[in-house]
Design a binder for this molecule. Structure first.
Ligand code: 13P
Length: 327
């Protein structure tokens, strides 16, 4: 587990989230007028993973169950393909969201049978796992019963993962949707993270052998307010210092619906401002890394090379931002 963490937190690299569920993949492919099928998804992911030079910027890739059972054109499993490139293969193990108590909140499912699934994933060569919980901000939400239950499940996931030799990535995502202020996002993110770490401690989860994946602190998408990178960085670092124990080795950010440029510049500013922060700060973007490549590809074989170039360029920029190296 230590070796996996050291590799994932390489100082110039970060994690590519390519773990979109079947349903999310349908939505992504619909934006380029393509109908998602397992074979089309495989082609698309093969294109990303085989981008020449990807290993210079990407330390690990989070996959979905569908992908870890698929092979490249050369008949090599994607897990082995990535491992051979020096990229650590990981997997999302939650099974998505379901309604909670008849309200607007949706709770993460997938604890049942998790231990057995992990034994199979271990045999594939996967090294780390991810579990996402989503938290909506409104005047009413997140509700206390929802916070309790959703975070209890996340802690259970972390415990089961460590017991099976996997590095867990706990991902509480406070969502961008809504018209809340940056201050309200800070308040809720702090509350969620404090409760999460109190629960992890209570359950004796080893905080030195997990990663936190979380949102940057931003104003709600519908608020029409655009926060400058310096403000985002200040609010995000204050939130993390107030809620994340120093033993946690690394915090990786999701992009959460920001544009690729917004996510990249905000990460850059966070790293520039971090000073004596005790954790490594890195990225685990899906949309901000993949969005431009997906549009360039548009489902056409003849666009693959151009899409790989666009993907590599964005990965390089995000890698520089991870070092606070963009002007
Ligand atoms: P985004 O970067 O698109 O938010 O995705 C990250 C992720 O893994 C969501 O679970």
């Amino acid at each position: 587990m230590e070796e996996t963490i050291t590799k994932l937190l390489n100082p110039v690299k970060g994690i590519l989230a390519a773990d979109e569920s079947t349903h999310t993949m349908e939505k992504r492919m619909a934006t380029i007028n393509v109908s998602s099928t397992p074979e089309i998804n495989r082609n698309y992911r093969q294109m990303l993973f085989s981008t020449p030079g990807i290993e210079k910027y990407i330390s690990g890739i989070i996959m979905f169950d569908e992908t870890v059972r698929q092979k490249t054109d050369e008949d090599v499993s994607f897990c082995d393909f990535l491992t051979q490139k020096g990229i650590v293969p990981g997997i999302k193990v939650d099974e998505g969201l379901e309604p909670f108590n008849g309200g607007e909140e949706e709770i993460t499912k997938g604890i049942e049978g998790l231990s057995e699934r992990l034994k199979e994933y271990s045999s594939f060569g996967l090294k780390f796992t991810k579990w996402r919980g989503a938290f909506v901000i409104s005047d009413l939400y997140p509700s206390d019963p929802f916070l309790e239950e959703n975070l209890n499940r996340m802690v259970e996931f972390a415990k089961i993962s460590q017991a099976n030799g996997f590095v867990p990535i706990v991902e509480p995502e406070v969502l961008l949707k809504g018209n809340h202020t940056t201050t309200r996002c800070e308040e809720i993110t702090t509350k969620v993270l404090r409760l999460l770490f109190a629960k992890l401690n209570n359950q004796n989860v080893d905080l030195t052998k997990l990663l936190l994946k979380t949102n940057m602190v931003l104003p709600g998408k519908d608020s029409t307010v655009k926060a400058e990178p310096l403000e985002v960085a200040g609010a995000t670092l204050r939130t993390l210092k107030n809620s994340v124990p120093a033993e946690v080795p690394g915090i990786v950010f999701l992009s959460g619906g920001q544009t690729p440029d917004e996510a990249t510049l905000n990460l850059n500013e966070i790293v520039k401002l971090k000073k004596d922060a005790p954790w490594q700060l890195s990225f685990s973007f899906s949309r901000a890394l993949q969005g431009e490549a997906l549009q360039t590809w548009s489902g056409k074989d003849e666009n693959m090379k151009a899409a790989q170039e666009v993907f590599l360029k964005r990965a390089e920029l995000v890698s520089r931002a991870r070092q606070g190296g963009l002007e």
